[in-house]
Ligand binder design. Structure first.
Ligand code: KG4
Ligand code: ZN
Length: 336
């Protein structure tokens, strides 16, 4: 079974072909990150235009690298939610056109389920059910992966996502976009105990988290230092922030494991590339004897291999769409 995946939800135009769900035949990513860096974040209109310019050559490259043509495909999978609406529409409309002209099934994929599926590419032995911590730029979720296509959200952020918190604090500290990876790099040389940052509790909802207070605390410390003419130790602030975010995420995951009785947990999304989070989760799982899965570093961020992989499972479960398929910027959380 050959499935083409197309991803254009944010600032990566990507196309990939996978065989039998987990065998990567090609994986092409045209990233716009350096262009958006000039503006300190993704400019939606610019992203849509670049997707329009890049999508044809990206998909062609995916076919070339895989050594196949549209006629060989069993289906065409595309991210249709969540993301920047103009960006999503480029991928969705391209996929629709190709599916119609090649006479192939069109398969909608929720971006976050794609991130979860990135684990199957590195670890085909991983099989549902298990628990997954999904941490991306726009979302933070603890979800039960009931089957390859069914999910049950156990907890989520009440405000900012973990990645958003990293990105906003990085910007405040003068690091370029995308900030998460810069915080990770800087944290390597900083003292994680220099700054005491708050760890908000969400009353009555133990598996939910909140990161906006953390961002405010970093803002206040930076502004205060400015006002009194002191220098912030940027590396130590990065290390303190990373330590706090990782502790919150790891503790919530530990609690969810204990409450549900699962002994297998996976991580997914851009922030799962964070070195502090990977080691904190390894340590927590080591203490309890849990089995931990993480996507390979190259598949933590946005890519189309994860969309092709999840698209394969969707196709096998009969989840396909017709030409009326639309893109949605945000989706109600329980629908992933
Ligand atoms: O999953 P992703 O590529 O895109 C979304 O679906 O949002 O996640 C992007 C997020 C950004 O916030 C980025 O700063 C963060 O992942 N990120 C990291 C690291 N690499 C990417 N955050 C912390 N440490 C990293 N090494
Ligand atoms: Zn993503």
């Amino acid at each position: 079974m050959l499935i083409l995946g197309i991803e254009s939800s944010c600032d990566e135009t990507a196309a990939s072909i996978v065989e039998d769900c987990t065998k990567l035949r090609s994986n092409i990513i045209a990233s716009q990150a350096m262009e958006h860096r000039k503006y300190g974040g993704v400019v939606p209109e610019l992203a849509s235009r670049r997707h329009c310019e890049n999508i044809l050559s990206t998909v062609q490259a995916a076919f070339r690298e895989a050594g196949c043509t549209p006629a060989d495909l069993d289906g065409i999978a595309v991210t249709n939610t969540p993301g920047l609406i103009g960006a999503l529409l480029v991928g969705v409309n391209f996929a629709k056109g190709l599916a119609f002209s090649a006479g192939k099934p069109l398969i909608p994929v929720h971006h976050l389920t794609g991130h979860i599926a990135a684990n199957y590419l590195a670890h085909p032995e991983l099989k549902p059910p298990y628990l997954c911590l999904v941490v991306s730029g726009g979302h933070t979720l603890l979800t039960e992966v009931v089957s390859y296509t069914q999910f049950r959200i156990l907890g989520t952020t009440r405000d900012d996502a973990a990645g958003e918190c990293f990105d906003k604090c990085a910007r405040l500290l003068g690091y370029p976009y995308p900030g998460g990876v810069e915080i990770d790099k800087a944290a390597q040389t900083g003292n994680p105990d220099l700054y005491k940052l708050p760890r908000p509790h969400v009353a009555g909802s133990e598996l939910d988290c909140s990161f906006s207070g953390l961002k405010t605390a970093v803002t206040n410390l930076v502004h205060h230092a400015d006002q009194v003419g002191e220098e912030i130790d940027r590396a130590s602030m990065a290390a303190s922030l990373q330590k706090t975010v990782c502790e919150i995420l790891t503790e919530k995951t530990e609690l969810a494991m204990q409450q549900t009785g699962y002994t297998t947990v996976a991580m997914a999304g851009g922030v799962s590339a964070n070195s502090g989070l990977r080691s904190a989760m390894e340590a927590m799982c080591g203490r309890h004897g849990y089995t931990l899965y993480m996507p390979s570093l190259s598949l933590c961020g946005d890519n189309a291999a994860m969309i092709a992989c999840q698209g394969s499972y969707n196709y096998l479960a009969g989840i396909t769409a017709d030409a009326t398929l639309n893109a949605f910027a945000s989706s109600a959380v329980p629908t992933i």
